[in-house]
Write a protein that binds this ligand. Structure first.
Ligand SMILES: *[C@@H]1O[C@H](CO)[C@@H](O)[C@H](O)[C@H]1NC(C)=O
Ligand SMILES: *[C@@H]1O[C@H](CO)[C@@H](O)[C@H](O)[C@H]1NC(C)=O
Ligand SMILES: *[C@@H]1O[C@H](CO)[C@@H](O)[C@H](O)[C@H]1NC(C)=O
Length: 347
């Protein structure tokens, strides 16, 4: 599933321009839990289920002034030792005809070229465009809206889904992320073997606030797509690296129409809502100025980058970084109900 960046780089090289370097690396599953220190700090347990990756200081509360992720974490489930950030999203579920639900497995990304070497998780991109300013300690933000049901309120160029008709994640489908036939909705089609979800974050910052009441207004988009963003508005003048999440949901074991519900959708997110409610949460936690250096030194992909002090760790290492689920409920197997409100129990 790393094919887009590869194709883009090849395309740029072919046209004689310098390829755009970017960080692009795998993170494996840290935990799947009903915790959200950004939107619902301290709440045990949050209204819907998340899959979380990154540093193991992740907890119910991560105080903006008093939670140094890099100092408090002893490991990260991401490829770079220096990245103790946390990244999380909702989780996809399949609903069967008999009314039970099962969490859709995430394909364990991992370079090179998406070999399946990880336990779940996702791929993270940091895409610079020109000179960018790395996030500051305490910085956090949200992309998307977990309660939204209106497709027209989603910018498809930034948050989207793509149907992959092959389970081979080396089979490149379509163009750049969130272009072409990508959709706001989760595709509900038995032809899809995997569904790729893309979440692109804003690239402009007000330069002052590490967060905002809605976790969004301190940042702004400067366009759409995975180009690193355009020039920033005067309200949000500071250009950030563009963060992009890339998730692969392996729906292939559910693509038998005879087990689909008679009405309503077969695939949904953990809010019991569709693609219009897709969202991603980010809490910055890179060590020292390592991310700024990585951007300044044009570090590329998931490779060691001595100029910025970045060190890649082997998948065995980051796969072993986990935290214990706190909510006492089942999230795997066939569930009688979605893990929301009351605790979910197995069918
Ligand atoms: C998480 O927070 C609780 C208190 O709410 C604390 O007891 C626990 O040690 C914390 N865990 C980590 C990994 O920091
Ligand atoms: C519900 O349907 C799924 C999919 O067909 C099946 O695997 C599961 O065993 C069923 N559960 C019950 C309780 O019937
Ligand atoms: C997707 O799920 C199917 C069915 O469980 C499994 O055989 C296959 O290996 C999985 N593919 C990937 C890419 O994880």
């Amino acid at each position: 599933m790393h094919s887009w960046a590869t194709v883009a780089a090849v395309g740029l090289l072919a046209s004689g321009a310098a390829a755009q370097n970017m960080l692009r690396f795998a993170c494996s599953q840290l935990v799947v839990d009903r915790i959200d220190p950004l939107v619902n700090p301290g709440q045990r347990y949050t209204p819907h289920l998340h899959q979380i990756v990154g540093g193991n200081s992740f907890n119910l509360t991560m105080d903006i002034n008093n939670h140094d992720l890099a100092a408090k974490s002893t490991c990260t489930s991401c490829s770079f030792v220096q990245d103790l950030s946390n990244y999380w999203t909702a989780v996809m579920f399949f609903k069967a005809k008999n009314g039970t639900y099962k969490r859709v497995p995430q394909v364990g990304n991992g370079g090179p070229q998406g070999q399946l070497i990880n336990k779940g998780g996702l791929d993270i991109y940091y895409i610079p465009s020109g000179k960018v300013t790395a996030f500051k300690p305490g910085f956090r933000m949200l992309a998307g809206n977990a309660a939204n049901t209106d497709n027209s309120k989603v910018t498809k160029g930034n948050i989207c889904h793509r149907c992959w008709t092959s389970t081979n994640d080396n089979t490149f489908v379509g163009g750049a992320p969130c272009t072409g036939s990508d959709t706001v909705d989760i595709p509900q089609d038995t032809k899809c073997k995997m569904i790729r979800q893309t979440i692109i974050f804003p690239t402009c910052w007000d330069g002052k606030n590490l967060d905002s009441p809605d976790h969004k207004s301190h940042v702004a988009y400067s366009g759409t797509g995975a180009s690193g963003g355009g020039s920033c508005p005067s309200s949000h003048p500071v250009k950030l690296p563009q963060i992009m999440y890339e998730l692969m949901w392996n729906v292939s074991s559910f693509m038998d129409k005879s087990i689909w519900p008679d009405s309503g959708n077969a695939l949904m997110y953990s809010m019991n809502l569709g693609g219009a409610a897709a969202h991603g949460d980010y809490v910055f936690g890179w060590k020292g100025d390592s991310l700024q250096k990585a951007m300044d030194k044009n570090c590329n992909l998931n490779k060691d980058c001595p100029a910025a002090g970045l060190t890649y760790q082997a998948p065995e290492k980051y796969n072993a970084c986990n935290v214990k689920q706190q909510a006492p409920e089942d999230v795997e197997g066939w569930l009688k109900a979605l893990p929301m409100g009351e605790m979910a129990i197995k069918a």
